[in-house]
Write a protein that binds this ligand. Structure first.
Ligand code: ADP
Ligand code: MG
Ligand code: ZN
Length: 279
């Protein structure tokens, strides 16, 4: 059945999209300067926005009640592409609703981050359950284990912990993690899910060691061909897979209210559209 899709990227003023879209390609520029440029462009655009945070390779702002993750370099673009590609498989994450074609900008559900390791630990049982499930399902985890460095990569949605920075979680189909002994049988070392052990030679690795052996180009390649509905304007009608509709919508038919539309937005609903912001 056809439903109305809403693009929040297209809702941004064109000039702003163009300015933001250029930033990852400013190779000589420092990350802090790029961040200043993004802030300046957002202020000049006249939209109502707030700063949420800055990660290693991304600047995150809030607009229209969503978290917009702006890549500042190619690594950040790969982070966005990877979150877009795996968010449905993972569940328990801040949903990646929409992405620009090359990954400059990702629109994620807004889930405020934990502000301390203490706060994260308050939810340790739920978080460990999620980490265990991902591991059982064959994912290799990076930057999401229950250790103090990672508290701001988790947050809350409706009172439940969800991962908000999952750009370094790899599905089992991606067999890039291997031990120097040649084995690929890597298992988490303990309940924090931040270190791995080789089952064959017992060597230990932190998740950072493992993932540092995967290049940005490899990551961009991996998730290059994930599909979505391509949009060219703010609102469009497109075919929608029934599985993305919530129950009431399945029985009631095509949604007409904005609230309803918001709640069904998902991977297939949101665009891969927008040619590098420069259309
Ligand atoms: N979906 C989200 N909702 C609310 N805040 C977010 C969301 N995603 C990221 N943030 C905030 O922005 C910060 C940086 O984002 P993150 O995804 O961790 O980027 P990076 O991969 O560059 O570290 C997070 O620590 C958090 O404070
Ligand atoms: Mg982070
Ligand atoms: Zn080994």
């Amino acid at each position: 059945m056809d439903v109305k899709y809403v693009s929040r990227i297209h809702a941004l003023p064109l000039e702003l999209r163009m300015k933001l879209g250029e930033l990852p390609y400013q190779y000589g520029m420092r990350a802090s300067t790029k961040r200043d440029k993004a802030i300046e462009a957002l202020n000049d655009s006249g939209i109502e926005w707030t700063e949420i945070g800055t990660g290693t390779n991304r600047f995150i702002f809030r607009y229209d009640s969503y978290a917009f993750k702006l890549a500042l370099d190619e690594e950040g673009m790969a982070d966005n592409m990877q979150e877009w590609a795996i968010c449905d498989m993972l569940k328990d994450v801040a949903y990646a609703n929409e992405i620009s074609r090359r990954g400059h900008l990702l629109v994620a559900s807004y889930c405020p981050a934990f502000t301390s390791f203490t706060e994260m630990n308050f939810y340790q049982h739920e978080i460990i359950q999620i980490l265990k499930r991902w591991t059982d399902e064959g994912f290799l985890l990076g930057d999401v284990g229950l250790v103090s460095e990672n508290y701001a990569n988790w947050g809350l949605q409706n009172g439940k912990p969800v991962c908000i920075d999952y750009g370094y979680i790899f599905p089992s189909s991606v067999d890039l993690f291997g031990c120097v002994c040649g084995s690929h049988r890597m298992v988490p070392l303990n309940q924090t899910y931040s270190e791995y052990k080789c089952m064959d030679c017992q060597r230990r690795y932190t998740d950072r060691d493992l993932r540092s052996r995967i290049s940005t180009e490899q990551r961009l390649q991996l998730f290059n061909n994930v599909k979505g509905v391509e949009m060219h304007s703010v609102e469009e009608m497109h075919e929608c897979n029934e599985k993305y509709l919530i129950n009431e919508q399945r029985t009631a038919g095509v949604p007409t209210k904005w609230e309803t539309i918001y709640s069904i937005i998902s991977k297939e609903h949101f665009s891969r559209g927008l040619d590098d912001f420069n259309e």
